[in-house]
Design a protein around this ligand. Structure first.
Ligand SMILES: Cc1cc2nc3c(=O)[nH]c(=O)nc-3n(C[C@H](O)[C@H](O)[C@H](O)COP(=O)(O)OP(=O)(O)OC[C@H]3O[C@@H](n4cnc5c(N)ncnc54)[C@H](O)[C@@H]3O)c2cc1C
Length: 184
């Protein structure tokens, strides 16, 4: 069975992970925050999911809040000018309703789904370059979802250890030896 490692347990990482599990892959997700930390943490964004994204959630069986969450039927945006008046304002109806589920509710539930479903594994730690190298050796495909590149300065090496990494990924960085071709 093909194994995929995903670093980052946000909206895209978890949705991809659960979709791949449904397609029969083994998936490891590395998250720098536990489900409890996400649930007790700050609001992450306005988290409005539009029709296309909602359809993907439904297709993946991840739409646990469809009935409970009210529809968002339109959007309006206003910005203030320096004197306290409105610089601009617009409002428009959406072609299809959106929904905004608090990600402090959604992501922990998806994390628990990941662990509950066959082949899913959640690792709670902030992945560093060494973790990525180990993951690349153990998994066929590595995916990075929403990870800032700054803290890990050797992704080029790490990506190149993945057996299915495209040739364009194979480059060394910052004086480190390129790991291209070291795994099979
Ligand atoms: C204020 C604001 C409002 C927004 N509103 C909307 C909206 O209404 N609708 C919409 O569609 N989009 C919105 N967005 C954009 C949306 O939030 C992003 O597009 C989306 O979160 C990207 O998802 P992601 O899973 O790729 O990344 P993220 O959600 O950023 O997830 C990445 C995860 O990886 C974790 N991580 C980072 N480094 C590591 C590491 N080294 N090891 C392990 N884990 C790590 C992070 O903690 C995070 O949990 C908004 C963004 C902001 C800032």
């Amino acid at each position: 069975m093909r194994r995929v490692a995903i670093v980052g347990a946000g909206q895209s990482g978890l949705q991809l992970a659960l979709g791949l599990l449904g397609a029969g892959y083994q998936v490891t997700v590395v998250s720098d925050r536990s489900a409890e930390e996400v649930a007790a943490g700050r609001v992450l964004s306005s988290q409005c999911m539009f029709d296309g994204a909602l359809q993907t959630e439904r297709a993946t069986g991840l739409h646990f809040w469809s009935d409970a969450c009210p529809p968002v039927e339109g959007i309006s945006l206003a910005a203030a000018n320096r004197s306290g008046g409105k610089a601009f304002q617009w409002a428009a109806r959406l072609d299809a309703p959106a929904q905004s589920v608090d990600q402090r509710l959604k992501l922990p539930r998806w994390m628990s789904e990941l662990e509950r479903r066959d082949g899913g594994r959640l690792v709670t730690r902030e992945a560093d370059a060494n973790d990525l190298e180990a993951l690349a050796r153990e998994h066929k495909i590595m995916v990075f979802e929403g990870i800032p590149s700054g803290p890990m300065d050797c992704w080029g090496d790490v990506r190149s250890t993945s057996p299915e990494a495209p040739g364009s990924w194979r480059h060394s960085c910052r004086g480190r030896r390129s790991a291209a071709g070291t795994s099979s």
